[in-house]
Design a protein around this ligand. Sequence first.
Ligand code: PEP
Ligand code: MN
Length: 264
Amino acid sequence: LVSRKWKVGRTQVELGDGVVIGNGSLSIMAGPCSIENEQQVRLTMDHLRQNNVRIMRGGVFKPRSSPYAFRGLGVEGLKMWYTLAREAGIKIISEVMQVSQIEAMYDYVDIFQVGARNTQNFNLLDELGKVDKPVMIKRGISGTIEELLYSAEYVFSAGNEKLMLCERGIRTYEKASRNTMDVNAIPILKEKTHLPVIADPSHGIGIREFVEPVALAAVMAGADGIIYETHQKPEEAASDGQQTLDFDESTRLIRRLTKAFELK
Ligand code: PEP
Ligand code: MN
């Protein structure tokens, strides 16, 4: 069902208030790895609004390699974020880690993000298939393109067609970067599926200085959108600071992405 053989034309995901993903314009989603506090949310939203970015990312349930690392503010943090985002006219994308969180998060997100560690959590995908809110599925850490497409098939076949995919780098033998951003996956996915394809250069390479070139490569490869991490003080971020842009870097990236997209 997610194949281009099945559907003529491309899926567009509508978030309301004129925000649409996959309509031929470049969608930008930016924000911190983790939602930390009200001041951070306000500063980030001011930054996004200054650059006409309409979608903010941020985790409130964080999948951390170590159980002792910061695990997120939970639903209370999401509610605080949502209240401020609605005032600012900003849409929210946030990761859902398990089935029980779907209902708890439902009223406070615009896009449910399925993280790379949950790409093949088939119970979660089944349940997201019954929800009438957009879903973005990230590629599994060691997942193939075909596996990502089958994960999408779970959600789509259960009834939710507001779906998009995200390339976020895969684990290879290469240790010079956090993950290996598979830029190849972007044109391949665009060829195989009618769903919008988003690229995450932050997790894709994991190195702050190189997020921009990888993001630009993803745009030239045909991505419908870019999702990346930004923070007012990356050095102090609760998670993923090493791959997080400050607001000046983020502003420059947005400018360059927009230019690259126009040249395409
Ligand atoms: C994230 O977006 O912060 C995240 C945890 O991403 P991934 O699931 O791709 O590791
Ligand atoms: Mn992160």
